[in-house]
Design a protein around this ligand. Structure first.
Ligand code: PDD
Length: 276
């Protein structure tokens, strides 16, 4: 297994980063997770565009342009023999003696790791998954894909402890997104999802919206009151790791009839058609 580190490919065990890397000290870093199917990246350009936006938000100068990123990541999966899997890319501000403000001229630390597999288990796809709701206690820049993920980590751990797959964040009584997925709710035949305001603009979310529009499913990007969960016919997650999954139980109460529904089936089918 080889890892991409600061311009070269090195064996996993030898890929080390100094202890004063600001990614380690301050979570002063951004990341992306990109899926590949059959040796080809899915929506790589959208992920790279989002990486650029995250970098700009944190004023981290990205060392590579899109052509170079593409070359690096393609070589990474090729060298690791990964055809169906994902890559994790992280860029931190760099290494400097610990101080909140950063000095000029830092060299960003770039890491990319490829892993095979990672698609949701067949059982989760077939039967749907459980979720819990948790207060959205994150900061105000949720559209930046930073490695500062403690609220997400703690919420996902709570979900796991409750035997659930995902935790859904609730802010001011509105459903925002999952800890690592975007959320959709179907109510009276309309597919709702939170608008792009202080949530992560998911690449898979965009794909789901495309599929829905193509399938003639009415879509509204509108904040969803958490009480709607009680009357929702379907709840659906989208994400690079989750792909498209049905949520069949929230906080111990069944969603609709407690089984994955027809809108989920259409959306997942459309997603799979695009990755094939
Ligand atoms: N998470 N919302 C949040 C908070 C996320 O962290 C993610 C992705 C998504 C879905 O975005 P996309 O469809 O672009 O993967 C939504 C990644 C996969 C992770 O943290 O592992």
């Amino acid at each position: 297994e080889v890892v991409f580190l600061n311009g070269g490919f090195v064996p996993y065990d030898q890929a080390v980063v100094p202890v004063e890397d600001r990614g380690f000290l301050f979570a002063d870093a951004i990341y992306e997770v990109i899926r590949c199917y059959g040796g080809r990246f899915f929506r790589l350009d959208d992920h790279l565009e989002r990486l650029e936006q995250s970098a700009a938000a944190l004023e981290i100068p990205l060392p590579y342009d899109r052509a170079r990123w593409t070359q690096v990541l393609e070589e990474l999966i090729r060298r690791n023999g990964v055809r169906d899997g994902s890559v994790y890319v992280q860029v931190s501000r760099g290494v400097a003696p610990r101080a909140h403000a950063w000095p000029d001229g830092l060299q960003p630390t770039v890491v990319a790791i490829a892993r095979p597999g990672g698609t949701p288990p067949a059982e989760a796809v077939r039967r749907g998954v459980k979720a819990i709701t948790v207060p959205d206690n994150r900061w105000g820049l949720c559209w930046v894909k930073t490695t500062g993920l403690l609220p997400n980590v703690l919420a996902k751990q709570r979900a796991a402890r409750a035997g659930a797959y995902e935790a859904l964040f609730v802010r001011d009584g509105l459903l925002t997104e999952g800890t690592s997925s975007n959320v959709f709710v179907v109510r009276e035949g309309v597919l709702y999802t939170h608008p792009l305001a202080n949530i992560l603009p998911g690449v898979t979310r965009m794909v789901v919206l495309e599929v829905a529009r193509e399938a003639g499913i009415p879509v509204r990007e509108q904040a969803i009151p958490v009480q709607w969960l009680e009357r929702a016919s379907e709840v659906i997650l989208s994400g690079t790791n989750s792909e498209v999954l049905a949520v069949v139980e929230v906080d111990g109460r069944p969603v609709g009839d407690g089984r994955p529904g027809p809108v989920f089936a259409r959306l997942r089918e459309g997603y799979l058609a695009r990755v094939a």
